[in-house]
Design a protein around this ligand. Structure first.
Ligand SMILES: [Mg+2]
Length: 178
């Protein structure tokens, strides 16, 4: 099983909403009080950090372009998230956020590969064929599959047409399998 071979040469790309924190359907996490870690995440991330190389979050946040939140609001939410993860013994090496509107010219949002290419530009160790994308929607799986990554789908209410390499109940479930 490929997921048993993960080591420090591998990179993990994590979706945020629905993987790290509880997703707000039809809305956005605009402030720290609305950000709730999914159970097991703070327990799983330190184990993951001990096994793999870089760990990134790649998140679509068009609430910024819609003026529902500011970039400062988003950064405040992410700083607080990272602080709690570090406090629990885990780490996130970088958070990539696509804040443009869906369908805009030069769309940075998943499933477009922009954030993955940005990660590879910034971190020399990133190899897409030694990367795993973990997400809960079609766009996450398309993003990972089209870049030649391994893909892991976290089960949700979402209807999924894409085929991931692995299906899990949660991030902690994935961590327990590797
Ligand atoms: Mg998601």
């Amino acid at each position: 099983m490929w997921y048993k071979q993960l080591d420090k040469s591998w990179t993990i790309f994590l979706d945020r909403d629905g993987v790290i924190n509880r997703r707000i359907f039809g809305g956005y996490v605009t402030k720290i009080e609305d950000f709730h870690f999914i159970s097991g995440v703070l327990e799983g991330l330190p184990i993951l950090a001990g096994k793999v190389g870089k760990i990134f979050i790649v998140t679509n946040q068009q609430g910024v372009a819609k003026n529902i939140m500011s970039l400062d609001d988003l950064h405040r939410v992410h700083q607080n998230m990272i602080n709690e993860i570090i406090f629990s013994g885990g780490r996130i090496d970088y958070v990539f956020s696509a804040v443009n509107l869906k369908g805009e010219v030069n769309d940075q949002r998943k499933p477009n590969p922009f954030m993955a290419h940005k990660a590879k530009e910034m971190f020399a160790s990133v190899e897409f064929d030694k990367s795993v994308m973990i997400g809960d929607t079609n766009s996450d799986i398309i993003f990972g599959n089209s870049l030649g990554m391994k893909t892991v789908l976290v089960k949700s209410e979402e209807i999924i047409n894409e085929t991931p390499d692995l299906l899990v109940d949660s991030l902690l479930d994935f961590v327990k399998k590797i």
